[in-house]
Design a protein around this ligand. Structure first.
Ligand code: ADP
Ligand code: ZN
Length: 615
């Protein structure tokens, strides 16, 4: 394309960004991606959650002739996506099984008449002959394949239909395809290219860092109490997601949170579809609800203002951890990823895996992933550096926004203690779990020890100088660093690995992190609350009034509050107090359509809420 045409496209993209979305600048490489699609090229886009993937196909769909077809796996979210588009004045629609026949017919007619900018559709629906037929009679601007990592067999969101999306290249030659994902690793990337036949495609890879998310991994033990403290100190009435391993724990925690005065709803596969949908929709629409869930919840959850994600059990891999925590802070504002785990989680996860149907190879890879997750939990250096390194990215400096950076763990030379702990495993025949081993080290009068004659071995009582908590933590760290291994067939018993030879021989010094409970947290009182951080006290009454108006408008229209305006936009209004339409238009997030629809009402509230005198 000649230069002038490129410049013209770039200018038009910029105009649309401001007109529809009310934003001044493109982020990351949005502008280049849009340029490529508008020019008719394919693209593979890797961008972290909250990076702004949707604009990469929404703007080209507006610029090119015809409708942009968005393939997305979760039909439950389509309504919100379409509502958001319509609020911006973009003609969006979806086709899925939740619709009645007439509604679908109406959408199909709009499609045939060329009256749609964007159409959302699930892969299984798209692949039906009748749908392909319908689309082949319409003008298609582009195909956007969202959550493209779903093609990956190894991933946790595998969807077989995604692999059939290859056919798009044959059915619709010349229509650009853009595949998007926030899941990073090399293997997945390769699989996407192969499965979707994107061999000659340009790849746009962004850093996966989520600098606004603060990572904290607390030590096990009283995880419920620790979690409660975290909630009370930092997220008093924020929306958040809590992940647990079992359905029973989900129900228990949700009920307990309600008792503690934090409204919470459960979400897991044991609940009826109806209840699940209702709970998910309340979570999206209310401002400060907590959802407690198994991993069944959350893929593609678009709620931008989730202020925290908490894990009360160990996730099964770093991929899962990163994706789940990634649901916090999509709006780019400060958010927390908080976790507490117990050694039992490792045993439960290993046993679940052992009992599963997977092949030996699958089990081996899955166990390795669990080991990597555990190592992340027990490390003493910057967690973000380790997370990014896991995905092949280098962060040069420690991040300053994870627990280990903010509050560096104290370490102690535990070489001698480690020798005792390891030889205790050896002397008892590598057949026992951590609780038993700790009892032997402490010289406890546990009758099982006598029955096994373990009160006569050399390690009995040699660890009486350290308490149980310290020993448990030490065992956990030895497992995390692969000096010991949980025997998946042996009910949580642990075994020595090759690696511990040097320690036992006294040829290696090892340091352990000191239990967190003995340290005081310097940062725990700082609330990750955006408005209170950014606004002066005298602006807060206005911010609250704007929020109240937003809630009212959202519930009238039966859409989530952020469909009306994001927090960021309300904060900008509270700070700048626009006095007329012209000034209002300058606020980021206020496009033409929203100005016309809401401008006056928000201007009214601003005019009626005077600056408060703060002495
Ligand atoms: P992703 O799908 O990558 O997780 P979204 O497309 O949902 O992210 O975008 C995340 C948020 O960022 C949305 O609220 C979106 O409106 C906002 N956003 C996207 N691009 C820009 C931009 N260039 N300037 C300001 N905000 C943007
Ligand atoms: Zn860090």
């Amino acid at each position: 394309m000649p230069h002038t045409a490129v410049d013209k496209d770039a200018k038009q993209a910029q105009v649309l960004l401001s007109k529809y979305f009310g934003y001044d600048n493109f982020r990351l490489n949005q502008a280049d991606i849009i340029q490529a699609i508008v020019a008719g090229d394919d693209a593979l886009v890797l961008m972290p959650t909250g990076g702004g993937k949707s604009l990469c196909y929404q703007i080209p769909a507006l610029m090119r002739d015809g409708v942009g077809v968005v393939i997305s796996p979760l039909i439950a979210l389509m309504q919100d996506q379409v509502d958001s588009l319509q609020a911006l004045g973009i003609r969006g629609a979806f086709i899925n099984s939740s619709q009645d026949f007439q509604t679908r017919r109406a959408v199909e007619q709009d499609l045939m008449r060329g009256q749609l900018d964007l159409l959302y559709i699930a892969p299984e629906r798209l692949l039906k002959a009748e749908t392909l037929n319908l689309l082949s009679q319409s003008k298609i601007a582009l195909f956007a394949i969202d959550e493209a990592h779903c093609v990956s067999q190894w991933g946790h969101d595998f969807r077989p239909e995604y692999q059939q999306l290859k056919v798009l290249a044959d059915y619709f030659p010349g229509v650009p395809r853009i595949a998007l994902t926030a899941t990073a690793d090399q293997r997945t990337r390769k699989e996407i290219v192969e499965q979707l036949s994107l061999h000659k495609t340009r790849q746009f890879v962004n850093s996966f860092d989520r600098p606004n998310i603060r990572y904290t991994i607390a030590e096990g033990g009283q995880s419920k109490q620790q979690f409660l403290k975290f909630l009370q100190q930092q997220h008093h009435d924020d929306a958040g997601i809590v992940y647990c391993l079992s359905r029973k724990k989900v129900d228990d925690i949700a009920a307990w949170l309600c008792d503690m005065g934090h409204p919470a709803l459960p979400y897991h596969a044991g609940l009826s579809n109806e209840v699940r949908e209702r709970n998910q929709s309340r979570f999206l629409k209310e401002e400060s609800l907590i959802i407690v869930a198994t991993i069944a919840f959350g893929m593609g959850i678009d709620k931008p203002d989730v202020r925290f994600v908490a894990h009360l059990n160990l996730p099964k891999s770093i991929e899962a951890y990163y994706q789940e925590t990634g649901r916090a802070g999509r709006d780019g504002e400060p958010a927390n990823a908080w976790m507490a785990y117990q050694l039992n989680d490792v045993i439960t996860l290993s046993q679940m895996l052992q009992a599963s149907e997977g092949s030996e190879q699958y089990k081996r890879i899955t166990l390795q992933k669990l080991d990597a997750m555990l190592a992340l939990c027990e490390m003493t250096a910057c967690r973000r550096q380790a997370l990014l390194a896991y995905f092949g990215e280098t962060l040069d400096e420690p991040c300053g926004n994870c627990d280990n950076c903010l509050n560096p763990p104290v370490t102690w030379d535990g070489t001698e203690a480690a020798q005792k702990a390891l030889s205790c495993v050896y002397r008892t025949g590598q057949r026992f779990g951590v609780s038993y081993l700790v009892d032997v080290l402490n010289g406890s009068d546990n009758p099982r020890i006598k029955n096994n004659n373990h009160h006569q071995i050399s390690t009995f009582g040699i660890g009486a100088d350290l308490n149980k908590t310290v020993w448990r933590s030490l065992y956990r760290q030895l497992i995390a660093r692969a000096y010991l291994q949980v025997d998946v067939e042996g009910y949580g018993s642990i075994r020595l690995t090759e690696k511990c030879r040097d320690v036992l021989k006294g040829q290696k010094t090892i340091y352990f992190r000191q239990s967190v409970k003995t340290r005081t947290s310097a940062t725990s009182n700082k609330r990750a609350k955006l408005a209170t951080l950014e606004l002066k006290d005298h602006d807060l009454p206005l911010f609250d009034a704007l929020k109240a108006l937003r809630t009212e408008l959202a519930s009238q229209q039966n859409v989530p509050p952020y469909v009306v305006f994001h927090d960021r936009t309300l904060i900008a209004m509270a700070k700048n107090r626009p006095a007329d339409t012209l000034e209002m238009e300058q606020i980021s997030g206020v496009g033409v359509k929203k100005l016309e629809r809401y401008g006056d009402e928000f201007l009214n509230v601003i005019a009626m809420t005077p600056l408060e005198n703060t002495a």
